[in-house]
Design a protein around this ligand. Sequence first.
Ligand code: NAD
Length: 497
Amino acid sequence: MSVQVHHFINGEFVAGSGQQQISVTNPIDNQPIATVNIATTAEVEQAVASAQQAFLSWRRTPVSERARLMLRYQHLLKQHHDELATVLAQETGKTFEDARGDVWRGIEVAEQAANIASMMMGETVENVANGIDSYSMVQPLGVCVGITPFNFPAMIPLWMFPIAIACGNSFILKPSEQDPITPTRLAELFAEAGAPSGILQVLHGDKAVVEQLINHPQTKTVSFVGSVAVGQQVYRMATQQLKRAQVFAGAKNHCVIMPDANKQQVINQLVGASVGAAGQRCMAISVAVFVGSSSQWICELRDALKHVKPGLWNDPNAAYGPLISPAAKARVQALIAQGKREGAHCLLDGSDFTVTGYEQGNWLGPTLFSEVTPEMSIYQQEIFGPVLCCICVDSLSEAIELVNANPYGNGTAIFTGSGAAAKQYQQQVEVGQVGINVPIPVPLPFFSFTGWKGSFYGDQHAYGKQAVRFYTETKTVTCRWFDDEVESAPNMSIALK
Ligand code: NAD
């Protein structure tokens, strides 16, 4: 049964009057499950005007009230955790446990947003000159825009709007058109938590809606998560409009395996980190760099991957689900074929994998390449599928050189038993998030999500203190009160009580 996904404009869920429609399909069989009407120019205008109006009163709402909204929201999200995970699993194909994780990582950000007062504290220096004090405060900016990808339809919207709104802004979310049901449900629960009308709006659509939002004179910031090509366009467009922007883009994450690492741990962790979620994670490990004799473990890695099977979201034996779309599957298949043509050794090929009864789904089995070189397309491009490339090097220094030469810098990991090797790696690697014997080092929300190089454009990262800086402006006050005015102030005794 196909449902109509609604926009959320000025506190109302509306189908919208757009004549252009997008069909949302189930990745297990590509049958339609929902339809969205692309927001019209007038609907975008209405959402921005309503968000601006809502901002004017929301910014005056005491910070403790804003924090309490986040507490209520966190509570509701936890109550609806399994329901949200079911909706999410059905529209993305993720396994139920993976979908629960997607929701949970978002809940943690809402939880952190309830702590907003302490994150917004300014600074004070008394007596900066004779009788003069200086203090700073942070204030919200206005209407903030968020554009999110398909691969974490709960976590990534929740990276953005709880913090932006807790800071006193209003927020317009443009979720991925490939899985818009989960983000819309997040907005419904936000309204149920008592969010005033208009502080969160959800508009569905694609490029045209994004461009109108970025170019609108009343929107102040742009947060984007998605592919490199679109991310670069969005960053250029937003900064061209002299707007504050943060863009989280694609990745190529390396895991360095030292010969002194625990072999079994390495193999277990690499399997999950490379093909889990069908490799559709911006922090997935897509390159394993074997140092010295650890290269002997590649055969055992292949044997472990061979037993990993994708399947339906509610199959407890499924390791991961299908890719999001036939186009995504075809792209990964083409890259696998290209890898073979360019001379990489394909130890395991999942190109033809299928699930019985769901042959029309976007399935791909685990795929493993060895003898990969940096010139090959499978190394240079983000594959975003269940494909792991192995490269062998002789030393840790050579591994660091390889990782640093890569244009991306989202995440990396080192597996080793040596503190000295781990320390050298963490100091020298030019990547923003480093795991030591942890394959996918996504920071919890009291830190920030700190991708580097081609994986991030901007200054302040997602969630944590950096997000508070992104969604606020600092005002610094220099203040003098004259002593003789204390003496002459009327009703002093009353005033001081
Ligand atoms: P995408 O770039 O195709 O889409 C992202 C968003 O941009 C969607 O909302 C989409 O509607 C919109 N969009 C698409 N084309 C546009 C255009 N021409 N102009 C303006 N907006 C446009 O990305 P995706 O396929 O949904 O997501 C996968 C990508 O996201 C991967 O590259 C992955 O690495 C990246 N990602 C990065 C991070 C990170 O933190 N660095 C996190 C998650 C995903």
